[in-house]
Design a protein around this ligand. Sequence first.
Ligand SMILES: Nc1nc2c(c(=O)[nH]1)N[C@H]1C(S)=C(S)[C@@H](COP(=O)(O)OP(=O)(O)OC[C@H]3O[C@@H](n4cnc5c(=O)[nH]c(N)nc54)[C@H](O)[C@@H]3O)O[C@H]1N2
Ligand SMILES: Nc1nc2c(c(=O)[nH]1)N[C@H]1C(S)=C(S)[C@@H](COP(=O)(O)OP(=O)(O)OC[C@H]3O[C@@H](n4cnc5c(=O)[nH]c(N)nc54)[C@H](O)[C@@H]3O)O[C@H]1N2
Ligand code: SF4
Ligand SMILES: [Mo]
Length: 800
Amino acid sequence: MALTRREFLKRTAALTAASLVGMKLPFVLDQEAQAADADKWVRGVCRFCGVGCRVELGLKNGKPVAIRGVPDSRTNYGFLCMKGMLFYQIMNHPERLKKPLYRASKKDKFKEISWEEALDIAAEKFAQAVKNYGPNSVAYYGSGQALTEETYLFQKVMRAGLRTNNVEGNPRLCMASAVGGYLTSFGADEPIGSYADIEQAFCFFIIGSNMAEAHPVLFRRVMRRKLDNPKEVFVINADPRVSPTSRIADVHLQFKPGTDLALLNAMAYVIVEEKLYDENFIKNYCVFRVGKNKKKVSFEEYKKFLAAYTPERAAEICGGNITPDIIRLVARKFATSPATMSFWTMGLNQRIRGVWANNLVHNLHLLTGQLCRPGADSFSLTGQPNACGGVREGGGLCHILPGHRPVKVDKLRHQVEDLWGVPRGRIPAKPGYHTIAMFSAVNEGKIKAIWINCTSPAQSLPHVDKYRKGMAREDVFLVVTDIFPTKTTELANLVLPTAFHFEKTGVYGCTERRSQITVKTIDPPGEAKPEVWIVREWALKLAEKLNDPVIKKTVEPFIGLEEGFALPKAIWDEYTQKLTAHRDNDLRGATYEVLMQMPDGVQWPAPTKEWALKGGTYKKFVRGLDPLADKEAVDEKPYQFYGPAHKDRKLWIWLRPYKGAAEEPDAEYPFYLSTGRIIDHWHTTSMTGRIKELLRANPYAYVEINPKDAKRLGINPGDMVLVETRRGRNILPAKVYEGPMEGMVFVYWHDMHEERMINRVTKDAFDPGSKEPEFKICACRIKRISGPKPLKPYVVGHKI
Ligand SMILES: Nc1nc2c(c(=O)[nH]1)N[C@H]1C(S)=C(S)[C@@H](COP(=O)(O)OP(=O)(O)OC[C@H]3O[C@@H](n4cnc5c(=O)[nH]c(N)nc54)[C@H](O)[C@@H]3O)O[C@H]1N2
Ligand SMILES: Nc1nc2c(c(=O)[nH]1)N[C@H]1C(S)=C(S)[C@@H](COP(=O)(O)OP(=O)(O)OC[C@H]3O[C@@H](n4cnc5c(=O)[nH]c(N)nc54)[C@H](O)[C@@H]3O)O[C@H]1N2
Ligand code: SF4
Ligand SMILES: [Mo]
C-alpha cells in the first residue's frame, strides 16, 4: 500500500517544495548522520513521538555517536526530525542518574544507597501502607513512553499482587478522550486505517493537531501528498491558532477555543441538508444514539437535533473567520472527496468535552461513509511512542486490563485472573483512581505510597502547584524511576536510575497499531537498571514482607531470567500469547523472533505468525484485509465491526450538543490561554533540554500574542509579560505574531523554570467521561511588566 522509497524520492523535491510553502524544514535525511562514521548501525524505533519512525543507532567503538533514518522504512522513508536524530546524546549524558538515591524525609539531602537497600525500602513502604491502610493506599503512575513489557509487569504486580487497580499513567492527560471516542463511536479502540492511507487520500481534515511540529515526519507525508497533487488534494486545518500545519491548508478554520463542537455539528447539518451522506453506509452499518443511556433514535430525530446547528448559528458561536459559506464549503469537500482522512490530537482530546469532540469527527465519517476504503479514515494521532501499545493495550489505566478488557466486566476480569493463575477475586472489581483523582487522593493523604515511572507529573499535571503540595507531604512515600533529575524527583524519597532506550529490550506500539522492537545494544550507565528487573525484584521482596505467595506468583515465570533480553522476552510472550489471544489486539503472531525479522514491525491484529510475517493488518474490520473480520463475520457485508464494546456490531452516530469550556474568558480574565508544543522540545525537557542543539534553538518559553491584542495592550516583541489566571502567575517574554486568534494566547509547556512553567496556571477541570484535563483552555489576563530581559534556560540539576 505504501510508496516505495524510490517512488517517494522521485516525487520528492522536498527542500524546494517545502520552501515554496514557507516551511522551516525539520526533516533530516540519513546521509548527514552517516558522516559521523559509525562503525556499526543497530536497528530500533525512535524514542520520541507516536509516529514511530524507524531509526538506526550508530556506534563507534561501541559508543553511540549518531542516529539515522532507515531508507526503506515504510513509516519514515529515511527521514527523521531533530529530536529523533539527536537522542543518542542522552545515552552518555553526564547528568544521567547512576545510583539509587534515598532520603527518609523530603527535607533531607539524598544519599546514594545500594540496590539491595533501595528495593528493600520500596518494598517495606508499600507493604506497610497495604498492611496499615489497605490496598487502596498504594498507587502506580506510569507512562506512554514506558515499554509494553514494563507497563504490563508493573500493572500485573499492582493488580494481582497488591490487589489494587490504582494503575494510571500520563495517557490520561493525552489519549483518554480518543479512547473514549473510539469506544463509543466504533466499539473498539484505536484507528481502523494506517499511515498508508495518506498517499490515497484526497481530503485531509486536520483539527486540533499541529502535526507539522508534533508529528513532523508523518506531516511530511501529508505535505508531499498535497504538494504533488495541489489541485486534487484539499487540506482543511481547524485550529484557533495558525500553526506551521496551516501552511499547507487550502482553508484554515479559525474559531474561539472550544467552539468546534458547534462547527462539527454544522458540518453534519450541511451534509444532511444537502444530502451528501451515504445512505447505504448508514443503513448497513450505523445507528443513531443519544445521552447517558445510549438511547437509540432515528435519523429523523438526528436531523431535528442538527436543526440547532445551522451554519449561520455555528458561525455566530465560533467567531474568528468562520462564516456560513466556509462551513458549507468544507462540509462539501469533506463529504464529496473520493477519500477523506481526518487527523486530530490534543486540540480535541484535552477538553472537558473531549470525548464528544471525538464523536463529532467520527460522525462526519459515518454519515459520509468516509471509512474503511483506501484513504478514508477517522485517524486519531497518538502523542507518545507507546501510549497505544503499552498503556491502551497493556492495561496501563485504572479502568482497563490488558487486551482491551474493562476492569468492570466480571467475565473479562476473571479471565485475566485465570490466565495469571491467581485466585478469582484477586483483582478488585472496581476501577482505581484516574489521574486527577489519584493525585487528589495523594493531596488528601489517602495514598501513602506511590510509584511514578517514566513521567514527571510535578510538571505535567494541570494546576500543578496544587498537586505538588500532595507529592511533597512527609507522609506520602514517593518512588520515582527516571533517567534524569526532574521536577518530580525533587519531591521524591527514593529515586531509582533506569536504563534508557537501546540500553534495554522492549516493544513500542505506535499510532497505527504497529509494534516495533528495540533490542539492547549498549549497557546503561553506572548502576542504572531496566524497569522490568526493578519490578521483579521489588515484587519478590513485597511477597516476603506481606507473606503473600500470590505476589510472588505474579513474577514467578520471570525469576532468574537475564534482564537485557530473556526477561523482557518472557514478559512479552506471556502478554501476547495469553492476554491478547482472541482479543481485537491479538498479537500472538508478533513474537520477538518475528519482530526482529520484520524491519517495520507488525500491525495488529496479527493472530498468527504467517499473518505477522506479512506485516499484519493494514485496515481493521475489512474482510480480506483483516483476519478477524473474516473470522468474526456474521453476514456477507464487506465490513464487519466486531469491536468488543458494541454488541449490535454497529457504528454509532452520536447526538452531542455544543457546550463551552470549563472556564470561559470574562471581564476579569478576558483571554483564552492555550498550551501545547514546539517541534524541538519534548514535554518537560528533561531529555531535550539536555541536548545542546535543541536547547539552543529554543532556550525558554514565550507567550504568543496576536498583534492586534499586543498593540492594544502596548506589548512589543520580547517584552516581559505577566500571564495570570485564577490559579497563579507566569512571567514570559512576548512573541507577537498572527498565530493565536485575537483574544487568545498560547504558551508551550516545555519550560521547567518556575517563572515560565505554564502548568502552574492551567486548570484541572476534566472531561466527565474520559477524565482527561482541559489543558487546552482556561481564562487568563496579560500585562506588560517590562521591556526585554536577558533570560537563561533552566533544567533541573543542570544550570547553564
Ligand atoms: N515536538 C514534539 N512533538 C510531540 C510532543 C512534544 O512534546 N514535542 N509530544 C507528543 C505528545 S505526547 C502529544 S499528545 C502530541 C500532541 O500533539 P498536538 O496536539 O498536535 O500538539 P499541541 O501543541 O499540544 O496542540 C495542538 C493544537 O491544538 C490547538 N487547540 C487549542 N485549543 C483548541 C480548540 O479548542 N480546538 C481545536 N480544534 N484546537 C485547539 C492549539 O492551538 C495547537 O495548535 O505531540 C506528540 N509529539
Ligand atoms: N500545559 C500542558 N500540560 C500538558 C500537556 C499540554 O498539552 N499542556 N500535555 C499532556 C500530555 S499529552 C502528556 S503525554 C504529558 C507528558 O508529560 P510527562 O510524561 O510528565 O513528560 P515527559 O517529559 O515525557 O516525562 C517522561 C520522563 O521519563 C523520563 N525517561 C525517559 N526515558 C526513560 C526510561 O526509559 N525509563 C524511565 N523510567 N524514565 C525515562 C524522562 O527523563 C522524563 O522525566 O503532559 C501533559 N501535560
Ligand atoms: S517524527 Fe516522531 S518518531 Fe519520527 S523522528 Fe521525529 S520524534 Fe521521532
Ligand atoms: Mo501526550
